[in-house]
Design a protein around this ligand. Structure first.
Ligand code: SAH
Length: 351
């Protein structure tokens, strides 16, 4: 079993090439790919319009990976957090966020995370492993199934769950191709956003190879402060990061999202806001302020409402588009930075 290839990690192009190489008609690749990303189809036998011999061949050669949702929690505001178990028993979390008239799914790219940001709960799990392309994309399929099986139930995909997407670049890149394939779930690049803590080589590659949206977890206006909050800044310094953003090949009418976590007494002063406005000058950005979500065992505090408001006002006066992120799903630990996949023994799986 272990050696059979994971067919759901194939891009449409790879599958087509493979089946042609095996002597199948050129249209078969697309036909199989379509089935792979059809909600509720989780066996080769369910691919009813494929000839029997092809189904048998696929069964022999491939493994059809599935995610096992073991627990779904629904927040008062409608946010749903899905914990899934992977084949090696690792756990990941996926969040469905209701927004006005549509929904966004927030997917994980790694089990745990190696980046060690001081304020983040996932960081405390440490790094366990990368997710495969299939495990990344299956989270979206699972979200669609959780909402009744209609692709249209989901409008946006954000790579803001557990892990650092650009530390798992190859698998992320395949997942992006699979998600955008018009024979599959057909998400447009405008509906996909990859968020990173600032892995410079990954940002450059993403800009060259994919035109999806880019979000940067910036969180501090100076190198010193940033290194204190995010160890990654010692490897990829804020000044270099800003330089890369300046040169980033942005599509027309697109902007880079700057995520700025606001932490009481740490980075929430008017001085911080002014400094931020200065370093971002001339870059096409929109700023998203994220009030810090307090997490047990992490010694930071949520900012006051006044601090957020004046921070926001300063940036707006400097001409920036600023939004303040509404925290959703906090009552089920599904809010930003709260993902920490650990099912306690006394929590019974979903019935
Ligand atoms: N590694 C990627 C993807 C994770 S996104 C990245 O860093 O962008 C998760 C977002 O939630 C990041 O912007 C992160 O900085 C933020 N976050 C982490 N801990 C948080 C907390 N306690 N409260 C609010 N936001 C937090």
């Amino acid at each position: 079993m272990g050696t059979r290839a994971d067919i759901r990690s194939f891009t449409g192009h790879e599958l087509k090439e493979y089946l042609i190489m095996k002597g199948h008609r050129p249209y078969r690749g697309e036909q199989v790919f379509r089935w792979l990303w059809t909600p509720y189809v989780h066996s080769f036998d369910a691919m009813s319009n494929l000839p029997k011999h092809l189904r048998e061949e696929l069964k022999q050669g491939f493994h059809l990976k599935c995610l096992e949702p073991i627990k779904v929690q629904v927040s008062k505001d409608g946010t749903r957090k899905i914990a899934s178990r992977l084949e090696d028993n690792a756990l990941i979390e996926t969040v469905i966020i209701p927004e006005e008239g549509h929904r966004t799914v927030c997917v994980s790219t790694q089990v745990g995370c190696a980046m060690g940001c001081r304020f983040c709960r996932t960081a405390r799990m440490g790094f366990i492993r990368d997710l495969t392309p299939s495990e990344i994309v299956l989270q979206v399929l699972m979200a669609i199934e959780e909402l009744g099986g209609k692709r249209q139930a989901i409008r946006n995909i954000v790579f803001m769950g557990m892990g650092e997407p650009l530390m798992n670049y190859e698998n992320l890149s395949k997942a992006l191709h699979i998600l955008q394939d018009t024979s599959g779930m057909d998400f447009s690049k405008r509906r996909i956003t990859v968020s990173t803590c600032g892995i410079i080589p990954g940002i450059e590659r993403l800009g060259q190879e994919h035109q999806v949206g880019l979000a940067i977890s910036l969180h501090a206006p100076s190198s010193e402060k940033r290194s204190m909050l995010m160890p990654v800044n010692r490897q990829f310094d804020l000044r270099d990061l800003i330089g890369v953003l300046r040169r980033y090949p942005l599509a027309k009418r697109r902007r880079i999202t700057i995520e700025y976590l606001v932490i009481r007494g740490v980075n929430d002063s008017p001085q911080d806001a002014l400094e931020l406005s200065r370093i971002l000058q001339g870059i096409r950005v929109k700023v998203n302020l994220i009030p810090f979500n307090e997490v047990e065992g992490i010694p930071f505090k949520a900012p006051g409402q006044e601090a957020i408001e004046s921070f926001c006002k300063i940036l707006a006066e400097k001409g920036y588009t600023v939004t303040v992120r509404k925290s959703k799903g906090a009552d089920i630990d599904a809010a930003c930075g709260q993902l920490y996949a650990k099912i306690k023994d006394n929590e019974s799986p979903r019935g």
